[in-house]
Design a protein around this ligand. Structure first.
Ligand code: SF4
Length: 366
């Protein structure tokens, strides 16, 4: 299971570049990780805390729901302390979009076909243009227009693409092209087909995701497959792993997806064996404690937590530092070479964490 690193063979689909606050999206710019708060946006304290926690955990763009005027106004205070660009998520009411822009948000998520006619679209476009804010058009399989459902016999990839292009044209008709697009379905094959089809038609940056992916374990697996395939095809300029519950749980799978494909990395990589009949130590507990210890570490070291000295070091030869458990003991190794033995299972975690601190400091001082 050694990791002979390969350069990523991914060729990104060429998209035009748009600006979102301090970030550029599309073209050769990094594929950005984003999420959405699940606090009440009107609760400035809670929403600000979640934005800051998300940013600390690696979220580079945060979206907030704007259900009413109070929420639109609250964005001002949240934006004042946010270290990352904020996007206001608006449904139907163009006045909320105007208010959110006044509050200083960096971008909007709004479908212009749903806000009540060309004059309202023109007002939003004017305000967005003045502030240099891009607009994301977001089509979900559940929100495809009835006429398109009838035409295609359901929310097919073709129906989703036609819906998105309809919204795109409404913005383009107003001379606006700072657009990104998402086409999310809870079906992985339908999502992949929709993005593929869309990318043959327009070059706007793509926000990719699998909607309503589910609870953390299932949702991460589903998103891993869907987003992994899309990224491998070169599609996607920003991504969200949508999971039920605390949005902070989205960060680890989002970054792991990017890391697995050799696209971007952030923080340590942790390798741990699945355990087997040779395991004589509480390896799952150790792996979890190591993961917890490294949660806020940014240094890109590779750490291996293995169940036995027979195969552990060899299987994790590429790791910068590793641990291999034995009966009431463990060995610590670097790059697959054993450097020392720790006796007594109760000492193993503390000793390993001490070694981890040392190597992190070494890496940081390089
Ligand atoms: Fe089993 Fe050792 Fe492999 Fe872990 S490293 S799965 S304990 S053989």
């Amino acid at each position: 299971m050694s990791d002979h690193r390969q350069p990523s063979p991914i060729r990104r689909h060429k998209t035009r570049v748009i600006r979102l606050g301090s970030l550029f999206l599309g073209g050769d710019h990094p594929i950005r990780v984003q999420s959405m708060t699940n606090t009440d946006t009107r609760d400035v304290k809670a929403s600000t805390a979640q934005v800051l926690a998300l940013a600390e955990a690696g979220c580079e763009i945060v979206r907030l729901a704007v259900p009413d005027e109070e929420a639109a106004r609250a964005l001002k205070a949240i934006k004042a302390v946010s270290p990352v660009p904020l996007v206001a998520d608006i449904h139907f009411d163009h006045r909320l979009a105007l208010m959110a822009l006044e509050s200083g948000v960096d971008g909007l998520r709004i479908n212009p076909g749903n806000i009540g006619g060309p004059e309202k679209v023109a007002a939003v476009v004017r305000a967005a243009s003045e502030r240099g804010a891009p607009i994301r058009i977001g089509v979900n399989s559940g929100s495809v227009e009835k006429s398109l459902l009838a035409k295609y016999g359901g929310p097919t990839p073709q129906a989703m693409v036609e819906s998105a292009l309809h919204h795109v044209r409404l913005l383009e008709d107003q001379g606006f092209d700072q657009i990104k697009i998402s086409l999310k379905s809870s079906s992985v094959p339908a999502t992949i087909a929709a993005y593929s089809l869309l990318s043959e038609t327009v070059d706007y940056p793509l926000h990719i995701g699998i909607t309503e992916a589910g609870t953390p374990l299932r949702g991460a697996a589903k998103s891993g497959v869907g987003l992994g395939v899309l990224l491998w095809m070169g599609l996607g300029d920003t991504l969200r792993v949508s999971l039920t519950g605390d949005p902070l749980t989205e960060m680890t799978p989002a970054w792991e997806i990017l890391r697995c494909l050799g696209i971007r990395e952030r923080g340590p990589e942790i390798v741990s064996c699945p355990t087997c009949g040779r395991t004589e130590i509480d390896l799952a507990g150790l792996a979890q404690a190591v993961e917890e210890k490294l949660r806020y570490v940014r240094t890109p070291i590779k750490v291996a937590v293995m169940g036995c000295v027979v195969n552990g070091p060899g299987e994790a030869r590429e790791a910068d530092i590793g641990l291999a458990g034995g009966r009431d003991c463990a060995v610590i190794f670097r790059k697959g070479e054993v450097v020392r033995k720790v006796r007594g299972e109760s000492n193993v975690l503390a000793e390993f964490l001490r070694e981890l601190d040392t190597i992190i400091t070494e890496f940081e001082n390089r």
